[in-house]
Design a binder for this molecule. Structure first.
Ligand code: UD1
Ligand code: MG
Length: 447
């Protein structure tokens, strides 16, 4: 068996992204709950890149922070001036010089390329005479893209849109921008690239013609246009989101989830579904949600960072916030919010409740309007409720407080002290009744 080919991925992210009209750098805008940059870093990693180099512009601290967050071992390189894609790749010269067999060049603003396509792009470099592998696609509208120029059925070069002649302008096989370059030939090619073109830039694409002049082979690997969609403005961001949502829904359905109206469910890059999960229309899954087998998520629910046990029923109109962990067969009904709380098996909170910073034992029933008062304006406190407890409607549990197992909390109680197991706690005014008071009151006013 031959050893796997060592691969460095260079991710270009030095573009300005002016057309986003945003205070946030372009590549930090999110798709399915994750930044474009993180999508690209994940894809090249899945395609076997063992080292990551990110090229960004000076002063892009937020880009650097996101790169470090998602790929702590990534190396950051600064391209002092945006002089073109070849110039950007050369900013990472320090990494290239370490010696890799494959150099994968990716764009952080082209976030939909599948790991399989990156892996296919590397494929031809396995052949010793092959210097470059280019990702080509058939463009519905080729304007703006570099065109692949063939001579005698071999790729001879790539011509940028602004440098095309009239015949070339009609070519529709375009350059996706990404490239795989043989590591040992990379610097020799890139450092020979000049800037005598319409934009006065160092074009990475010129490496193709240079390689051919030197008698090296160049390969073209094709991918669907959808994958090479580049993001320059908010409309393209929305288009990319739609593509990604379609992929995520298809994967979830392949794994055995049912969506009554797939296009009305919003997923995150990491949403996980067990088999036979059923999702009604108009549900939002933010990042970090896991749904266990056979659970049902009813309409208009908003879930982020939550774990939902098998057989649970959530919603309609439920809100699960980060740290909500629902055990098996838990029922969370309409207008119930759960945050940073563990709910044991079979817990029911069917209407209008807030459960925050709490641990709730199995089979406990939480009445309508019950609230854990977890915050005094400065500090958060925890509420602990044992198994089989009954919390009467409109109760306030003022944390820190512990309710023993099997206890009853009378309706409308404000519980500030711990309650013993199996006790009844009432913390409300006793009812008083004044016979015929109302009738006397009305008579007085009629006079
Ligand atoms: C590039 C390709 C073109 C291809 C198209 C596909 C070149 C010369 N052209 O053109 O053939 O059809 O992508 O979308 O490669 N960047 C830097 N520093 C720079 C310049 C660019 O980091 O100095 C980064 C950008 O942030 C971006 C990527 O490189 O992520 C591509 O640059 P962009 O200006 O979008 O290239 P295109 O003109 O689209
Ligand atoms: Mg572009």
């Amino acid at each position: 068996m031959t050893a796997p080919r060592r691969c460095l991925a260079i991710v270009l992210a030095a573009g300005e992204g002016k057309r986003m009209r945003s205070h946030l750098p372009k590549v930090l805008h999110e798709l399915a709950g994750r930044s474009m940059l993180a999508h690209v870093l994940a894809a090249v990693t899945s395609a076997g890149a063992e080292r990551l180099a990110i090229v960004t512009a000076p002063g892009q601290e937020k880009v650097v922070a996101e790169a470090k967050r998602v790929a702590p071992s990534a190396q950051i390189f600064i391209q002092a001036e945006p002089l073109g894609t070849a110039h950007a790749v050369l900013a990472a010269k320090g990494a290239i010089e370490e010696g890799f067999e494959d150099i994968l060049v990716a764009f952080a603003d082209t976030p939909l390329v599948e790991p399989e396509s990156f892996a296919r792009l590397r494929g031809p470099l396995g052949e010793p005479s092959c210097a470059i592998s280019v990702l080509g696609f058939e463009a519905a509208d080729p304007r703006g893209y570099g065109r692949l120029i063939f001579q005698d059925q071999e790729l001879a070069g790539i011509r940028e849109d602004k440098d095309l002649n009239e015949t070339e302008r009609h070519l529709t096989l375009c350059n996706g921008g990404l490239m795989a370059i043989a590591g040992e030939k990379c610097l020799g090619l890139l450092e020979s690239i000049g800037r005598a073109n319409a934009q006065g830039e160092y074009y990475l694409t010129d490496a193709v013609a240079l390689a051919r002049q030197r008698g090296l082979k160049v390969a073209v690997v094709r991918a669907p246009e959808e994958e090479v969609l580049g993001i320059n403005d908010r409309s393209q961001l929305a288009a990319a989101e739609a593509v990604l949502q379609g992929r995520l829904r298809r994967k979830a359905m392949e794994r055995g989830a049912t969506f009554l109206a797939p296009e009305r469910v919003h997923l995150s890059f990491d949403t996980e579904f067990g088999r036979d999960v059923m999702v009604e229309p108009d549900v939002f899954f933010g990042p970090g949600v896991k749904v266990g087998e056979g659970a049902t998520i009813r309409g208009f629910s908003h879930l982020v960072g939550a774990e939902i046990g098998p057989g649970a029923i959530v919603g309609p109109f439920a809100r699960l916030r980060p740290g909500a962990v629902l055990g098996k067969d838990v029922h969370i009904g309409n207008f119930v919010e759960v945050k940073a709380s563990m709910l044991g098996e079979g817990v029911k909170a069917n209407h209008l409740a807030y459960i925050g910073d709490a641990t709730i034992g199995a089979r406990t029933n939480i009445g309508a309007g019950a609230i854990t008062c977890n915050y005094d304006g400065f500090t958060k406190f925890r509420t602990t409720v044992g198994e089989g407890v009954f919390i009467g409607v409109n109760s306030a549990l003022v944390a820190p407080v512990t309710i023993g197992e099997g206890a009853y909390i009378g309706t409308g109680s404000v519980i500030t002290k711990d309650v013993a197991p199996d006790a009844l706690a009432l913390a409300r005014e006793r009812q008083i009744e004044k016979p015929f008071w109302a009738k006397a009151f009305r008579n007085k006013h009629r006079k």
